[in-house]
Design a protein around this ligand. Structure first.
Ligand code: BGC
Length: 748
C-alpha cells in the first residue's frame, strides 16, 4: 500500500520535472513533508537519558556490511549486503542503520545482494537538467528502492564542486556552481527522505580529486571556501535537511576532513546550526580525537586502523566529563536524524517490490532532461525516419550504455550487459570494470527506422567504420569515456583512439552525429567536422531509449552544461593535476610512503570556480557553463532586478515545443567585474508561448565572506551599483540591468 503511493508520487513528479507539464523555477520544486530536526531533538534527548553505559557506543560505529575476504567475520544476520551497518538498540526502539550507496540508485556491490535496482543517469547528467523537480523525482525513486531493498540510509547527496574536470568522480557530482549544486542536491535529498529514510550529503568538504584522495591536503582560505564549496553544502542542507553529513577523505588546510574541527564544529555545527550527525567516509578516521573534532560516527570500521568509536570511546567517556558530554551529543545527533526522518516508525525489510516500469520511466525522463545538444549544423538533428541507411559505430551501442565505476555503481537485475575489465588482476580488478547498462541505443534506433539498412561496426577499426559510414545516409558514432571513483583522468581526451575514429568517420560522411557517453568534459578535436554532437553523459537504465528519442525528435533536448568544457587543460587553474606526475594510480589513494605529502592549492582560483575562473582570466572555453541547444529557438528578455528577486521573460520563437533555461548572472559589483549565477529557471514552452518567471536571489551570492580571524565571520555586501544580466549561458549575456544596493553585513 504505502509503496504504491510512493511510486505514484515519484512518477507524477517526474512528469512535472521532465518539463512534460511545465518548467519549474529555481525555488519552486514540489516539496514533501519537511524534516523537523528540532522536534526530533527533544525525543533524542529522552532516549539518550535512557541509555545504559554499555549502550552508549552502539550508534557511534559500524561495519562495512560486506564479507571483505573469505574467512572474514560474517556480517550480522539482519544486515543487508551493502556499504554499512550500525547496530540498533531494540530495547529503546532504535533500529539498526542499514546503509547503501548512493546518488544514482541502490548500488550493485558487485552483485552481492543478488538483486538489481534502477540506475539513474550520472549526477552530472541529472544536474544538466537544471531542474530541482527532476532531482526530487529521481531521489524519490531511488529512495523507494533503497527502502524496498531493506536500507534506511542512502549514502547519496554527492555535491563536491567540479574544481577540476579531470576528477574521476565528476560523474557522481553535480556542477561547478554553488547555487546550482546546492539547489539540486537539496531537491534530491528531499525526494530520498520522503521515503522515511536518511540521506547523506557528501563528501564534506573540498573533495576535489581522487589522486591521493586519502592524504591530499587542500589549501584554501576560509572566505574562498565559504563562498564556493561550503556554500553548495550550506544551500543543500537548507534545502534538503539531510539526516547526515559524510565527511571526506582529503585534508583541508592540514587536518583530515573527518578530523577537522573547523569544518565540523565551527562551520557545520556552530555557524550553520546543523542538528544531524556526521558520519565518516569509509576508512577516513585517523583516531579517537576525531570525535572531539566533531565526527559523530565511524563508518566501515574494518577499513580504519582501529575501532576508535567503540570501547576506546566508551573508556574515555567513563573518565572524562567533556568526552561523556561529547558522546551524549553524538548519540543525540544520530537519534535526531532517525526520528526526524521517521526511520524508527517505518521499518525497512528487504524483498519489497517496486513498479519497475514506472521507475524506468523516471530514469528515462531524467536522462532526457539532462541531455545537452552541443552542436547541430544545418539541423542535422532530429533525424528523419525515412533514412535508407544508418551507420552506427562504437561504444557497445549494440548492448547498452556506459556507467561510472566505484561505490556508486548501480546495475539492473542480471548485472551489466558488458563488463570490460581495466585490470587483469589484483585486489581491485573486480570493481575496475567498465560496465554497460542493458539499454541498447542500436536496438532503439533500429526500432525507429525499420526500413533502413543498419550497418553496425564496433569501432575497433577505423577502416571498416569508415566504409560503413561512406555507404550510409547518416553515421552515428557512440563515444565513451569511463570514469571511476579512485582514479582521475590524465587529460580530457577520449580513450582508445576514439578521437581518430570520429575524425575519420566525419571525413567519410558529412552527416556524422557524435553521441557522447562521458563522465564529464572532454576535448573534441574533431568538432568542426561533425554535423551534430549530443552529450548524453552516462544516461542510466533507459539510456539507449532516451538517446534514440532525442535523436529522432520525440523529445527535445533541454539540458544545459552544469560545468565548463575547457578548450584545453592549460586554461585550468591547475594545468597539471596535483600528484598526477608523482603518484601511481591507486584506488585507495593512500600515500606510497608514510612521509609522502601532497598539496593542492585552491587559493589559485579561490571561490572563482569553473566559469568564474574563465570569466576572470578571459579564456574562451570549448563550451561555456550553461550552454545547450534545442530543436526550437528562444528569446530571452525583460530582465528586471530589485536585488532580492529577478524577473524575466522566456519565449519560444520556433516551431516545436521545448525547454529553455533562463540564467541570471551578477556581472558587476560596485565597479568590479564579477560572474556569479544568482538565479535560474527551466521553463517548458509551446511554440509561440512566452512565460515570465521570477527567481529569488540568495543574498550570499552577491556578498563576500569576511573571516573574523577565528574561523568564523559573516557576509558583507558593499554599497554600490550591482549589474545583472540574463543569459543563455555564462558567456552569452543580454543587456546589463543595474540596481543600487546599500551596504549590509550579516551572520548566517
Ligand atoms: C566513498 C563513499 C561511499 C563509501 C561507502 C567510499 O569509498 O568515498 O562515497 O559512500 O565508500 O561505500
Amino acid at each position: 500500500m504505502t509503496m504504491g503511493r510512493r511510486f505514484l508520487s515519484a512518477v507524477a513528479l517526474a512528469a512535472v520535472g521532465a518539463g512534460l507539464a511545465q518548467g519549474s523555477a529555481q525555488a519552486q520544486a514540489p516539496s514533501s513533508a519537511p524534516v523537523d530536526m528540532t522536534a526530533a531533538q527533544a525525543r533524542a534527548d529522552q532516549t539518550v537519558k535512557a541509555m545504559q553505559p554499555d549502550e552508549r557506543t552502539t550508534l557511534t560505529h559500524g561495519i562495512m556490511a560486506i564479507q571483505l575476504f573469505p574467512g572474514a567475520p560474517p556480517i550480522p544476520a539482519d544486515a543487508v549486503p551493502g556499504a554499512g551497518y550500525i547496530a540498533g538498540l531494540p530495547r529503546l526502539g532504535v533500529p539498526a542503520l542499514k546503509e547503501t550507496d548512493a546518488s544514482l540508485g541502490v548500488a550493485w556491490v558487485s552483485g552481492a545482494r543478488k538483486r538489481g535496482a534502477t540506475a539513474l543517469p550520472s549526477g552530472i547528467a541529472q544536474a544538466a537538467s537544471w531542474d530541482p523537480a527532476v532531482m526530487q523525482a529521481g531521489g524519490a525513486m531511488i529512495g523507494a528502492e533503497a527502502r524496498a531493498s531493506g536500507f534506511n540510509v542512502l549514502l547519496a547527496g554527492g555535491v563536491n564542486l567540479t574544481r577540476d574536470p579531470r576528477n574521476g568522480r565528476t560523474f557522481e557530482y553535480l556542477s561547478e556552481d554553488p547555487l546550482l549544486s546546492g539547489m539540486l542536491v537539496g531537491a534530491a535529498i528531499r525526494g530520498i527522505q520522503s521515503n522515511n529514510i536518511i540521506s547523506t550529503i557528501k563528501h564534506f568538504a573540498l573533495n576535489g580529486q581522487e589522486t591521493g584522495r586519502q592524504f591530499v591536503d587542500i589549501q584554501i582560505g576560509n572566505a574562498a571556501a565559504r563562498e564556493s564549496d561550503l556554500l553548495a553544502f550550506q544551500i543543500g542542507i537548507e534545502q534538503g535537511q539531510p539526516g547526515s553529513v559524510m565527511c571526506a577523505y582529503n585534508r583541508v588546510n592540514g587536518n583530515r576532513a573527518c578530523d577537522n574541527s573547523w569544518l565540523l564544529n565551527t562551520v557545520l555545527k556552530r555557524d550553520w546550526g546543523y542538528k544531524g550527525f556526521v558520519m565518516s567516509d569509509w576508512g577516513a578516521v585517523p583516531g579517537l580525537d576525531a570525535a572531539m573534532a566533531g565526527l559523530d560516527q565511524q563508518s566501515g570500521e574494518q577499513l580504519d586502523k582501529a575501532v576508535y568509536f567503540g570501547s576506546k570511546l566508551a573508556e574515555k567517556a567513563a573518565t572524562d566529563k567533556a568526552w561523556a558530554a561529547r558522546l551524549a551529543d553524538m548519540n543525540r545527533r544520530v537519534l535526531t536524524a532517525i526520528y526526524a526522518t521517521g526511520v524508527d516508525k517505518n521499518p525497512v525489510t528487504p524483498g519489497g517490490q517496486w513498479d519497475a516500469a514506472a521507475h524506468a520511466a523516471v530514469a528515462e525522463q531524467t536522462a532526457i532532461a539532462g541531455m545537452v545538444l552541443l552542436r547541430n549544423q544545418n539541423n542535422a538533428l532530429p533525424l528523419l525516419r525515412d533514412a535508407k541507411s544508418v551507420a552506427v559505430i562504437g561504444g557497445y551501442a549494440d548492448g547498452g550504455v556506459l556507467s561510472g565505476g566505484g561505490s556508486s555503481q548501480v546495475q539492473g537485475d542480471g548485472g551489466p550487459v558488458v563488463s570490460r575489465p581495466v585490470l587483469a588482476g589484483g585486489m581491485f580488478a573486480g570493481i575496475m570494470q567498465q560496465q554497460f547498462h542493458r539499454s541498447s541505443p542500436l536496438d532503439a534506433i533500429k526500432a525507429r527506422v525499420p526500413q533502413a539498412a543498419i550497418h553496425f561496426r564496433d569501432g575497433r577499426y577505423i577502416a571498416d567504420a569508415v566504409e560503413a559510414a561512406r555507404r550510409s545516409d547518416v553515421a552515428i558514432v557512440f563515444a565513451t569515456e569511463w570514469r571511476t571513483e579512485g582514479l582521475d583522468q590524465p587529460d580530457l581526451s577520449l580513450p582508445d583512439g576514439q578521437d581518430a575514429l570520429i575524425a575519420a568517420v566525419a571525413a567519410a560522411n558529412p552527416r556524422t552525429i557524435v553521441v557522447l557517453e562521458t563522465g564529464g568534459p572532454v576535448a573534441m578535436p574533431w568538432l568542426d567536422q561533425t554535423a551534430a554532437v549530443l552529450e548524453a553523459w552516462y544516461p542510466g537504465a533507459r539510456g539507449g531509449e532516451a538517446i534514440a528519442k532525442v535523436l529522432f525528435g520525440e523529445a527535445n533536448p533541454g539540458g544545459r552544461l552544469p560545468v565548463t568544457f575547457p578548450a584545453s587543460v592549460a586554461q585550468l587553474p591547475r594545468p597539471k593535476l596535483d600528484g598526477s606526475d608523482t603518484l601511481d594510480p591507486d584506488f585507495m589513494g593512500n600515500p606510497p610512503t608514510p612521509t609522502t605529502t601532497l598539496k593542492a592549492d585552491y587559493n589559485i582560483e579561490g571561490s572563482d570556480v569553473g566559469y568564474r575562473w574563465f570569466a576572470r582570466t578571459g579564456a574562451k572555453p570549448l563550451f561555456p557553463f550553461g550552454y545547450g541547444l534545442s530543436y526550437t529557438s528562444f528569446a530571452q528578455d525583460g530582465l528586471s532586478v530589485d536585488g532580492k528577486t529577478a524577473r524575466f521573460t522566456l519565449r519560444n520563437t520556433g516551431k516545436v515545443a521545448g525547454d529553455d533555461v533562463g540564467q541570471v548572472y551578477l556581472v558587476d559589483r560596485a565597479g568590479t567585474a564579477k560572474r556569479r549565477l544568482v538565479g535560474f529557471a527551466r521553463v517548458h514552452l509551446a511554440p509561440g508561448e512566452s512565460r515570465t518567471v521570477s527567481v529569488t536571489i540568495d543574498q550570499r551570492l552577491l556578498a563576500d565572506w569576511r573571516d573574523d580571524g577565528k574561523g568564523s565571520g559573516g557576509w558583507t555586501l558593499p554599497a554600490g551599483n550591482y549589474g545583472f544580466a540574463l543569459g543563455s549561458d555564462a558567456q552569452t549575456l543580454g543587456q546589463v540591468v543595474t540596481v543600487r544596493l546599500a551596504a549590509r553585513n550579516w551572520k548566517d
